[in-house]
Design a protein around this ligand. Structure first.
Ligand code: AHG
Ligand code: MN
Ligand code: MN
Length: 355
C-alpha cells in the first residue's frame, strides 16, 4: 500500500505555513526589524498569549467552578458584569506586566485606565480593549470575542486622565479582534491589510490562515437587533422596510459584535447598531469597539460610519463615549447613509431646502 508521501515543495509549504506565526508576520508586514517593529511584534505576541489563556478558560468554562455567571457588580457602562469579563480583563493586564511595552490599558470594564508602573514611561504604547465582547453569549456557549486597539502615548499623562486617548481613530497604529468560535481566530491590521490567524491548539500558536482579506463591495446580510425597531429613528425603520421588501437580503444577528462583524468581513453586508430612544448615541463604545473595527474594515476595502460621519473621524469626548455604528460593505453602508441623510433632508426646514 503506497504511503502518502508529501512532495518536498508540499512539505516545505506546510512547514513554512506552520512557522508563519503572528509575531513573524508583523515583522514581515513592516519589512523591518527596527525597535518599533520589534515592539509591535512583541505586543501582538502578548495579545496572542492573552487570547490563548482566555480561549482555554472558555473551552472548559462549564467545568470550572466560578468561571461563569455574574459577579453581582455593575460596570461604568451600567451593565451587569460577568465573571468572564473580569477574568479576561485581568488576563490582558497580566500578559503586559514586566513587558516594558504597554504603560496604560483602557478597558470597557475599567472606569479609568490601568497603569503598569514598571512599564511607564519606557512603554510608549496604550492598549484599549473590550476583554469579552458579546458577554450575553458567554453562559450559553455561543461565540464571544475581544476587540483591541493600540495607540502611541502622546505626552506624559501626568494627571493620569489619559486625555491624549481622546483623538480620532486614525491615531490607531494597530487594531484587531479575537473570535472565540469553533476555532479561535485572531484578526489584525497594522495598516498593511487585514490578516487572520487560527489557533492551532496542538502547537499553541496562531498560524496564518487568511491574508489581505477584502470585504465584498456588497453582500446580502444585514445584521441588526430588530427588537429595537420602535426605538429607532424613522430613517432606520425605512431602511429595514426596504431590505424586508427587496429580494436578496437575509438577516443574521448573533448578539456579539465580533461574530457578526467577522461574518460580514468575509461575506459582505452591513452591521447596524443605530441610536435608540434610550441610547441616542447607540450602545457600542467608540475607542475599543467601533474604532478598531472601523480601522480594519477600511483596510479591507469596506466602510464604517456613524450615519453622518466617517467613524474614523469621530473625536470622543470621553473614554467610554458611544456612537451609532454602520459598518461593512461600502455599498451597503452607503445605502444606510442615504436613508439617514435623505430623511434628514426631508425634515429640513423649508428655508434651508431652498438654499
Ligand atoms: P459587550 O458584551 O462587550 O458589552 O458587547 C455587547 C455588544 C455587542 O457585542 C453586540 O453587538 C451588542 O452588544 C448586542 O447588543 P443588543 O443585545 O442590544 O443587541
Ligand atoms: Mn463589546
Ligand atoms: Mn465587553
Amino acid at each position: 500500500m503506497s504511503r502518502l508521501v508529501e512532495q518536498p515543495e508540499e512539505q516545505e509549504y506546510a512547514l513554512d505555513r506552520d512557522c508563519t506565526t503572528l509575531s513573524r508576520h508583523v515583522l514581515q508586514q513592516l519589512h523591518s526589524f527596527s525597535a518599533d517593529a520589534q515592539d509591535l511584534s512583541a505586543i501582538m505576541n502578548r495579545i496572542a498569549l492573552a487570547a490563548k489563556l482566555i480561549s482555554r478558560r472558555l473551552s472548559r468554562a462549564g467545568l470550572v467552578e466560578g468561571a461563569l455567571g455574574f459577579t453581582g457588580n455593575v460596570n461604568v457602562q451600567g451593565e451587569s458584569v460577568k465573571k468572564m469579563d473580569i477574568y479576561a480583563n485581568d488576563v490582558f493586564i497580566s500578559v503586559f506586566k514586566q513587558s516594558g511595552l504597554v504603560c496604560r490599558l483602557a478597558s470597557e470594564e475599567m472606569e479609568k485606565p490601568y497603569y503598569i508602573p514598571e512599564n511607564c514611561p519606557i512603554g510608549r504604547y496604550t492598549l484599549l480593549y473590550d476583554p469579552i465582547d458579546g458577554s450575553s453569549n458567554v453562559d450559553i456557549n455561543l461565540d464571544v470575542g475581544a476587540i483591541f486597539s493600540i495607540r502611541k502615548q502622546e505626552g506624559n499623562d501626568i494627571d493620569g486622565e489619559a486625555r491624549d486617548l481622546l483623538q480620532d481613530g486614525r491615531k490607531q497604529i494597530a487594531a484587531g479582534y479575537i473570535l472565540y468560535g469553533p476555532s479561535t481566530v485572531l484578526v489584525y491590521s497594522i495598516g498593511t491589510g487585514v490578516h487572520a490567524f487560527t489557533l492551532d491548539p496542538s502547537l499553541g500558536e496562531f498560524i496564518l490562515s487568511s491574508e489581505n482579506i477584502q470585504v465584498p463591495d456588497h453582500g446580502s446580510i444585514y445584521s441588526v437587533n430588530e427588537g429595537n425597531f420602535w426605538q429607532w429613528d424613522e430613517s432606520i425603520r425605512d431602511y429595514i422596510r426596504y431590505v424586508h421588501r427587496h429580494e436578496g437580503y437575509t438577516a443574521r444577528y448573533g448578539g456579539a459584535l465580533v461574530g457578526d462583524f467577522h461574518r460580514i468581513l468575509f461575506q459582505g453586508g452591513v452591521f447596524l447598531y443605530p441610536g435608540t430612544l434610550k441610547k441616542p448615541q447607540g450602545k457600542l463604545r467608540l475607542l475599543y469597539e467601533s474604532a478598531p473595527l472601523a480601522f480594519l474594515v477600511e483596510q479591507a476595502g469596506g466602510r464604517a460610519s456613524t450615519g453622518t460621519q466617517n467613524l474614523l473621524d469621530v473625536v470622543p469626548e470621553a473614554l467610554h463615549s458611544r456612537t451609532p455604528l454602520f459598518i461593512g460593505s461600502k455599498e451597503d453602508v452607503a445605502l444606510v447613509e442615504y436613508f439617514i441623510q435623505d430623511r434628514a433632508r426631508e425634515s429640513e426646514p423649508a428655508v434651508m431646502a431652498r438654499s
